[in-house]
Write a protein that binds this ligand. Structure first.
Ligand code: URA
Length: 208
């Protein structure tokens, strides 16, 4: 089976899984190149995403798309998805049980795509990989989690709320081509400081 077929099957499986929370909203599975080197993972769909069935198509999405263009890439060459794949009511933060429920599907989606680098957008997506990380301290750093490099970034919506965060968001973006082209060795990969015990370490690795 091709990656495209595997992803299509996974999406169908999710649609049929009525035990998943937020059933009243539309499933926004994700989109992009199934062979993408970079996988962006946001929090959960919002109003516009729910309407169109596509991730990051509101103002935050426009910023994300613009930043992808600013480094000479195009949106279709990366893959974009969310940890929670249905819109929480009134765009509230996703609950931990919602994140937990969608987790096994996200893990399988990541495995199928097999990106070189995962970019969690915002603290919810970041904490999925790095439970103790802090977004303002750790955005733009490269962590090794299991077999993946993970570079958290601010959420585009946060970047739209203030110039300081916006500038940091744009600056962090400029690192991506270097990481993808293998020049990552120039940036010392940081093994997550969050691994305090072998128990925690194995729980992180088992995310994949
Ligand atoms: N915010 C997110 O985290 N994801 C989207 O898809 C849209 C807005």
């Amino acid at each position: 089976m091709t990656k495209k077929e595997l992803l299509a099957d996974l999406e169908q499986e999710m649609i049929k899984d009525t035990t998943l929370p937020l059933q009243e909203a539309r499933l926004v599975f994700g989109e992009g190149n199934e062979d993408a080197e970079v996988l962006f993972i946001g929090e959960a769909p919002g109003f516009h995403e729910d309407r169109l069935g596509r991730p990051f198509v509101g103002r935050g999405g426009e910023l994300l798309t613009e930043c992808i263009g600013s480094i000479g890439w195009y949106r279709e060459q990366v893959y974009i998805t969310n940890i929670v794949k249905r819109r929480p009511p009134e765009n509230r933060d996703p609950l931990s049980e919602e994140i937990e429920a969608y987790k096994p599907y996200l893990a399988r989606q990541i495995e199928i795509i097999g990106p070189r680098i995962i970019v969690p957008l915002g603290r919810f997506a970041m904490n999925y990989f790095l439970p103790d990380a802090k977004i303002s301290r750790d955005q733009g750093k490269i962590f090794v989690v299991g077999k993946y490099k993970v570079m958290p970034m601010f959420h585009p919506a946060a970047a739209l709320r203030g110039t300081t965060v916006l500038n940091q968001f744009k600056e962090t973006f400029t690192k991506l081509p270097m990481i993808v082209s293998g020049e990552v060795e120039v940036i010392k990969p940081e093994v997550t400081q969050t691994k305090k015990s072998s128990e925690e370490e194995s729980s992180q690795v088992s995310l994949f």
